[in-house]
Design a protein around this ligand. Structure first.
Ligand code: XMP
Length: 528
């Protein structure tokens, strides 16, 4: 299968380059910019993209393997990637008097000759707005390069090489703010690299079937499922590609789950063919561990520690043979954020807060950990889920944090508060699924993540003619692409008013509803 390799020099948009190209049906892999290339070169590799970077080419650090310029493959340098090529190949890069940032116009001429340069330039509009973010510029082109496009500010914006299949753009075609950006990437991928679009979910399942069976044989596999998209799709994939009685699925009902979650998980997994589903009821243990704890980190630690203790106890109880495999629904992005993959040069924006587990570490060390989604982005996991017949309600589900309602009940967590929040949250979500925007799309699908939070405050109100002293609930709804940053969803006032009324009329312990209007940063998505 044809593949494009992306050398990551630390730009925040490296991931987007990968996603845009995969959306065209071509497989991409991201590796650190300074990786040795020998093991990467092969008949499937059709071209290499050099990403942007927060650094200058003069900063000490990553330089690509020198083989990059001898391998004969088409290269596309993006922003820093273009400066890197210019610097490495004998041109000059210098600091701009003032950093260029934001939307800037670019004009592109036609290629005087034919060949690959003409194929590449066919992907460009003659004049368009591009997204730029650079503090350096090219002051002398490397030998053999020609300027094919210039920015309105007078700097080289598009470069082609006269003989070699080498190209560069000073802006970010992967950013949605660049007009026609996908056309530019597509011209490189199909016009220059001559890739065939072979990256489909059908193909992914066939590849996984061969590799999982080869690796696991008849051994048992245990997958911990949470009810979320990733673990459900991982479960569906295992059930589809292995013998179903080989696949053990374990789900922990911590009591911090959403309304009817345990019931729904059971129905969904059994529909997918699960025969060995182990549901662990451990609500009391979690509520006991959380008793008296108010501080967010203390609560997170208590939940994380207990999760591990119960997980280990229950795995022993299952009595699986020593050689069993452990499966996890890790995604490509998780791999990158955990520092096990690439991205080591990106500046840390947020440390990941998933529970580390000694069981996972031990299985990884023993070579018995399988992560069948670890080459997929979230939207691809959703596509795979649909392909495997996972219920649409699961596929479109918003993210839910590991510690569950434990971090959505501010202050001490009690069973009573969990029940109140579960009811209110279920009404909120049901309303979002039922309501549509002007174009007929449900608000739930418009929003990236939505949930209710129970505050440790009560306020006075009236119900009938009686004084009511009820809890305060806040609603959260954000748009985002990956949860790293988030904007507040701009509801129509009518929707919020009606949702609030329904909640206060139905959930008797709630006296007041507010809407959280904080973006991330400076707030985070969850409250704790
Ligand atoms: P924050 O609150 O950091 O959340 O803006 C970003 C995204 O991560 C989710 N989140 C978690 N997911 N374990 C998880 O698996 C956790 O401990 C956790 N904490 C937050 C959050 O729901 C949002 O989607």
């Amino acid at each position: 299968m044809d593949k494009i390799l992306i050398l990551d020099f630390g730009s925040q948009t490296t991931q987007l380059i990968g996603r845009r190209i995969r959306d065209m049906g071509v497989y991409t892999e991201i590796i650190p910019g300074d990786s040795a290339l020998d093991s990467q070169l092969g008949p499937d590799l059709r071209g290499i993209v050099l990403s942007g970077s927060p650094e200058s080419v003069y900063a000490k650090g990553a330089a690509p393997d020198k083989k990059l310029y001898d391998c004969g493959l088409p290269l596309l340098g993006i922003c820093y990637g273009l400066q890197r090529m210019t610097f490495d190949l004998g041109g000059m890069v210098e600091a701009l008097p003032k950093r260029e940032y934001g939307r800037i116009g670019v004009k592109v001429g036609k290629s005087p000759g034919g060949g690959l340069a003409a194929h590449f330039l066919e992907g460009f509009r003659p004049s368009f707005t591009a997204w730029m973010s650079h503090g350096d510029t090219l002051t002398k082109l490397a030998p053999g390069f020609r300027e094919a496009g210039v920015s309105d500010t007078g700097y080289p914006a598009v470069l082609v090489h006269e003989e070699k299949p080498w190209f560069g753009v000073q802006f970010h075609p992967e950013a949605t703010h660049t007009e026609g950006g996908s056309g530019i990437l597509s011209a490189f991928v199909f016009g220059v690299c001559a890739c065939k679009a072979g990256w489909t979910m059908e193909r992914y399942v066939e590849e996984m079937r061969a590799s999982l069976n080869g690796r696991i044989g008849g051994s048992p596999v245990l997958l911990l499922v949470s009810g979320g998209v990733d673990s459900t799709v991982a479960g569906a994939l295992l059930l589809k590609t292995l013998q179903s009685d080989q696949v053990h699925l374990m789900y922990m009902d911590t009591g911090l789950m959403r309304k009817d979650e345990t019931k729904t998980v059971k129905v969904n997994l059994e529909r997918l063919g699960a025969k060995r589903l182990h549901i662990v009821h451990c609500e009391d243990e979690f509520l006991t561990a959380l008793k008296g704890l108010c501080e967010p980190e203390a609560k997170r630690r208590a939940i994380g520690d207990l999760f591990i203790t119960i997980q280990e106890r229950e795995v022993v109880r299952l009595g699986l043979p020593e050689n069993y495999f452990l499966a996890q629904g890790t995604l490509y992005t998780d791999l990158i954020e955990s520092g096990r993959g690439v991205g080591k040069m990106a500046r840390l924006i947020k440390s990941h807060h998933n529970v580390g587990s000694p069981l996972v570490d031990a299985k990884r060390k023993a070579g018995r950990l399988i992560e069948p989604l670890d080459r997929l982005y979230k939207d691809e996991v959703r596509r795979l889920g649909r392909f495997l017949g996972v219920n649409e309600e699961v596929v479109r589900r918003h993210p839910f944090p590991g510690p569950g309602l434990g971090v959505r009940i501010i202050g001490e967590v009690t069973r009573e508060k969990c029940d109140i929040l579960r009811e209110a949250d279920a009404i909120y979500i049901e309303e979002l699924k039922r309501r549509t925007n002007g174009e007929g799309r449900s608000l739930y699908d418009e929003i990236w993540q939505s949930f209710a939070v129970l505050l440790p405050i009560r306020s006075v109100g009236v119900a009938g003619d009686e004084r009511k002293y009820g809890w305060v609930l806040t609603l959260r709804a954000v748009t985002s692409s990956d949860g790293m940053t988030a904007d507040v969803y701009p509801f129509q006032a009518k929707d919020l008013l009606e949702i609030s009324t329904r909640i206060t009329n139905t959930v008797k312990d709630i006296g007041r509803v507010t809407y959280d209007i904080s973006s991330k940063p400076p707030a985070t998505i969850e409250w704790e």
